[in-house]
Design a protein around this ligand. Sequence first.
Ligand code: ATP
Ligand code: MG
Length: 410
Amino acid sequence: MKIEIINTGTELMLGFVLNTHQQWLCRQLSDNGYQVERQIAINDSGPAIQDAVREAMQRAELIIVTGGLGPTSDDLTRQFIAELLGVSLKEDAGVLERIEGFFAKRNRPAPPGTEVQALIPEGATVLMNEHGTAPGLVLCFARGVILMLPGPPRELHPMFLNQALPLIKQRFPLREKIVSLTLKSTGMGESVVEAHIRKPLSGLVERGLTIGYCARVGEVDIRLSAEGEASHTIVAEAEKIVRELIGKYIFGTGDDSLESVIVTHLVTQNKTLALAESCTGGFIANRITNVPGASSVFLGSAVTYSNEAKQILLNVPATVLSEHGAVSNETAQQMAEGARFRFKSDYAISVTGIAGQTGVMPEKPVGTVYIALADATGTTVLKQLNQYDRETFKFVTSQQALEMLRRRLI
Ligand code: ATP
Ligand code: MG
């Protein structure tokens, strides 16, 4: 079964909006065992939409078209696909009533053009929009199905998961069972990861295991998958081998993030965390506080960019700063211990480093970072050299700091 995605939107082609539907839909489909064959993005123009759909109809059994179902003049998807398939559009009283009800419930008059969204191509199945007005549409053609979804992500996501996906599973049942597992690692580059596990997994590859690598800043995902009767066993054996070889670097699976794993560890162990951040400017605190439930373990962060702030908020002695400098092993240690003392936390992490040209010295080049971790047993300091642009620098540094804590927690 071949699947193609067509994302419509002039805003995509002008670079004003990132095409997140492409990633999101591919991900949802692959999580459910379907792989997308081809994806294109096009302008909101009748000929472009018709050309794209006509071509896809020659190859694919499932065509997903996103965007352009709204009420404005650039919303052309419904009309041009109906024309291409040679079906007429008819106003659907039930759909119109629902759309008018959407505005009535919000005490707003229905804007002009609303009724266009109640025009339904003959023979189409309507997917109700719980979070907006434009319904989704499912149309059959000789060899398959065209699925039209609204552009706004908050409308598309629930409609796809709750209504479209069940239809897809029913219409295109999977012949083979697919099992896949993503192991998330940090602290090792992609090729190093591969060098460790490739040979030991080769036997399983012969039995049907597929290994995929996805490298991101500071992280490498290892995706293990297999199809068919033995898929569970093959993936489980592969996981065991990978964990035996590089388990120390694996912090989670699936959609785990380093911060979510850390919060879980802290909650389970009933421990608290405080931070003292200089060069990351609160970024580590931001990551931690993105995790639901962080409030029960995270006490706070002192963003101490200046020397004065390090002294006032973290009790870093002036002599340490003048003798060793703000970016030094000693200052990092004092910051972590100061944060742990001030916040009365079980653990405290500090970071101090040189993200830009200011403060650079021959022995402390740009990218120099000291990360300290303090707990009841003492303080450990790690020196790193992260030579990236500022944003990447912050991410990589936060990753190293969080990983240092994770290692301590396990
Ligand atoms: P509306 O009723 O809001 O007009 P629509 O179905 O006509 O919905 P579009 O007009 O194509 O959809 O897109 C509406 C908005 O949805 C866009 O401005 C954009 O912010 C977002 N959007 C559309 N397509 C994508 C995409 N591929 N990726 C991410 N966001 C998108
Ligand atoms: Mg629109």
